[in-house]
Write a protein that binds this ligand. Structure first.
Ligand code: GDP
Length: 441
């Protein structure tokens, strides 16, 4: 029977942190597959919190331990299974494994992500890292002493890797099946459609890694995702920020969008993360009172996982890429993009002005600030305030125009604004920092 519609009721323990009071509430969360309905009970006081109601936006695949779901604007973190029936039925279906794109296949990250989602695996966590040789040796310590060990660790430290925690039924075996044989040359003969056959070169440079046991998966996941500063590679200068929005990640379009970005720009940092509603609002603060869709935009950005990237110019890394990258993204309104800039990312992947596939930095001077906000984890780790997101330059922020008449043929928006108090505030004006966005540890 199809597990997604088996008539079963699955139970989870979820927690919600009230952003106003900081109180953490725990709920029993029920999901009925027959009609995609949900119900919730507040655990401490044993009270009904939400009567059974259809909630078709939520799919069973999204309900796994460690995931965050959005229910009526609340971000609920799934902490555990709620009963033995759910544990027994879903544990096998929600296995996790560690995947790593090696430096030799880094340029194919988008295609590899497409392959992962096309094969029904979910990306629970993702980080791009630049490992040192000692860090690569630590990761591959089980191979220490083997003849290929020096070549392997030098390869891993020779460029960026993308570590991913994948989740799905038999995720470990399925990912290794997708990889194919260790040697890319053998893979091309025995499994020509495998990832290693397509993107690998030889036995060492074989595109990707996959955990070989559940214990390795656990240890390797901890290696990459406990210390968020490990191998941090963002540059924080001459950069723009791209965020593949939650709706596009959910739709499985992240790989194709990353392809488009990587064809045209260098990606110098990448990470899957989430914003709370408060941080989504802070991130978009400069649009408050200026863009009519401000609230809907913050809602979308805080609605689930996004993939953020720091972008640099391919030809000239010293050049500010902000405007060039905006050209690739296209007009904020995908309808306008489809008629005026049909080859842009928003024309291809956007749905409407709010779900327009990708965020890109607006002002040249904001690229570094946005990158620091997203990627500078020591702010989160040692309690220092995150950098102000609002440019200290006089406010001439380009509004992401939604009116085709304001969209000039050069691909930049002509609508500008000035005088908004939020646009000229500095960090010291802004009071204590709000909570940062969350990465899954
Ligand atoms: P995997 O599980 O298929 O990745 O293979 P292993 O865990 O056995 O080895 C780890 C990595 O070491 C492989 O992905 C290769 O990059 C490299 N490697 C393994 N065996 C050899 C070999 O015989 N020769 C060379 N040059 N590299 C190897």
């Amino acid at each position: 029977m199809d597990i997604k519609n088996d008539g079963a009721r699955y139970a989870f323990v979820v927690r919600w942190s009230d952003p106003m009071t900081q109180i953490v509430w725990k709920y029993q969360f029920m999901y009925h597959t027959s009609d995609r309905s949900i119900e919730m009970y507040e655990m401490k006081n044993q009270k009904t919190f939400l009567k059974r109601v259809a909630y078709p936006a939520l799919a069973l695949e999204q309900l796994y331990i460690g995931s965050t779901i959005l229910v009526y604007s609340r971000q609920l973190f799934i902490e555990d299974y709620g009963d033995d029936f759910t544990r027994k039925h879903l544990r096998g279906l929600q296995e996790t494994t560690l995947a790593m794109i090696k430096p030799d296949a880094f340029q194919h990250t988008g295609q590899i992500l497409e392959c992962i989602t096309a094969n029904g695996l979910l990306i629970k966590n993702l980080r791009m890292c630049q490992l040192s040789v000692p860090q690569a040796e630590e990761f591959y310590k089980c191979h220490r002493g083997k003849p290929f060990f020096p070549c392997l660790t030098q390869l891993i430290a020779s460029g960026p890797v993308v570590a991913m925690e994948l989740v799905g039924e038999n995720a470990l075996c399925r990912w290794r099946m997708l990889l194919g044989p260790t040697s890319a040359e053998v893979a091309r003969i025995k499994a020509p459609s495998s990832i290693r056959a397509q993107f690998g070169t030889d036995c060492t440079r074989n595109a990707c890694h996959g955990s070989d046991s559940h214990e390795s998966a656990r240890l390797e996941t901890c290696f990459f995702f406990i210390d968020r500063k490990l191998g941090m590679c963002a540059r924080f200068r001459n950069c723009s920020v791209a965020i593949v929005k939650p709706h596009a990640v959910t739709a499985g379009s992240a790989g194709a969008i990353i392809n488009r970005v990587m064809e045209n720009f260098d990606v110098t940092a990448m990470e899957l993360a989430q914003f709370t509603r408060a941080t989504a609002m802070e991130f978009y603060e400069v649009y408050r009172g200026i863009v009519p869709d401000f609230l809907a935009m913050t809602f979308e950005l805080g609605s689930g996982d996004f993939i953020a990237m720091e972008i640099a110019d391919k030809q000239n890394p010293c050049m500010n890429p902000v405007n060039k990258f905006r050209d690739l993204c296209g007009p904020a309104d995908p309808c306008i993009a489809r008629s005026l800039r049909p080859h842009t990312i928003r024309a291809e992947f956007g749905i409407n002005k709010v779900k327009n596939a990708i965020h890109c930095t607006d002002l040249e001077e904001d690229g570094e600030l946005e990158s620091q906000y997203i990627f500078m984890h020591e702010y989160a780790l040692d309690g220092r305030a995150p950098p102000a997101l609002v440019s200290k330059a006089p406010c001439t922020r380009k509004i992401e125009s939604t009116d085709s008449s304001e969209y000039s043929s050069s691909g930049t928006c002509s609508g500008t604004t000035s005088g908004s108090s939020s646009c000229s505030s500095s960090q010291s004006d802004r009071g204590p920092p709000p909570p940062r966005f969350s990465c899954r540890a």
